[in-house]
Design a protein around this ligand. Structure first.
Ligand SMILES: C[S@@+](CC[C@H](N)C(=O)[O-])C[C@H]1O[C@@H](n2cnc3c(N)ncnc32)[C@H](O)[C@@H]1O
Length: 308
């Protein structure tokens, strides 16, 4: 099915990378709009897509859109560029669709995307809501840790691997922020954590969300861990303040870990506070994409998407 996606304005490049990882044949209609071929179910994974709709008509003038009839419908507009008012578009489209206009609980939401030059009329199939992630918010978990990732970021990192089905490994899993999101999206997740307390915390969080079957956690030093092969490694590295390095020098730990990761997967998505490019290259990883991510005013993180 052809879907039009409206990407988050906060960071369209990162949003596009997330969507393209899960819908590889994507075509950009505008920096904030993507046309993809795929199933609506996968859309539920995306955290940086605001809306998505099944394409039903496209035209260079909204009066030329050939639209089907609906039992009841409401028109909504996503105007990413251009000057035409949303209400003019709504009125023009609503006047030419057969069916009852219902602003609350319509059977179909007709979402019209426009960049001012073209109009894409869609039946809305997805609207992002942070509410779906709230149950796994760091403050809602059974075990809390201040450096644990919020669901949005854990999910984003997992999505950037492009893994739709399979197994992911987080070799520095803390209390399991990434593992929980991978499991929530139907993947099986393995964590390695050097601290006994945090490893147990990750297991307790998995139990709390009834994800014990999907999440396994080993209490081990990753550099000495034996484990197997995975579809991707997704991790958020310790940086030595509240998430400890356990007596190791940061650069040495990272380099050794990057070398070892190659034994476990060919795909790596890694986040850290700094630029990891020199160490990743030294360890033999190819950096396919790199993003600077704004977390809050005084915090920026860097995401590196790698393969070899
Ligand atoms: C930034 S935290 C991970 C947080 C995690 N992503 C979450 O959302 O809960 C990094 C973790 O790496 C662990 N760690 C440090 N050195 C390690 C090693 N050699 N092997 C395994 N884990 C290690 C730390 O104890 C810490 O919990």
């Amino acid at each position: 099915m052809k879907l039009v996606l409206q990407l988050s304005r906060q960071d369209p490049a990162l949003a596009r990378a997330e969507a393209e990882a899960l819908f590889p044949k994507a075509k950009a209609l505008h920096s904030e709009l993507l046309l993809v071929d795929g199933d609506a179910k996968t859309l539920g994974r995306l955290v940086m897509t605001r809306f998505a709709g099944k394409l039903v008509a496209e035209a260079s003038n909204c009066e030329r859109l050939r639209l089907p009839a609906y039992k009841s419908f409401a028109v909504r507009v996503s105007r990413v560029a251009g000057k035409e008012s949303s209400s003019a578009i709504i009125n023009s489209v609503a006047a030419r669709v057969k069916g009852k206009v219902r602003l609350d609980k319509p059977k179909t939401v007709l979402r019209v995307f426009t960049d001012g030059k073209k109009y894409w009329a869609t039946e809305q199939v997805y609207e992002h809501s942070a509410k779906g992630l709230a149950p796994r918010d760091v403050n809602a978990r059974l075990v809390f840790h201040p450096t644990s990732l919020q669901p949005k970021y854990g999910r984003l990192l997992v999505n950037l691997t492009g893994v739709r089905k399979g197994k992911i490994l987080d070799p520095f899993c803390g209390i399991g922020g990434i593992l929980l999101e991978a499991a929530d999206m139907g993947l099986s997740a393995r964590g390695v954590e050097i601290s006994e307390e945090y490893a147990e915390g990750a297991r307790e969080n998995a139990w709390f969300y009834r994800m014990e079957k999907k999440i396994k956690v080993d209490n081990a030093d990753f550099l000495e861990w034996g484990g197997g092969e995975f579809d991707a490694i997704v991790t958020d590295l310790p940086y030595g303040k509240s998430s400890g390095l356990f007596g190791r020098e940061r650069g040495e730990l990272y380099l050794e870990a990057f070398r070892k990761m190659k034994k476990h997967s060919k795909v790596l998505v890694v986040m850290a506070h700094g630029d990891l490019r020199p160490l990743l290259k030294k360890a033999g990883w190819k950096i396919k994409q790199r993003f600077e991510m704004y977390v809050h005013r005084s915090m920026r993180r860097y995401i590196h998407v790698c393969s070899f």
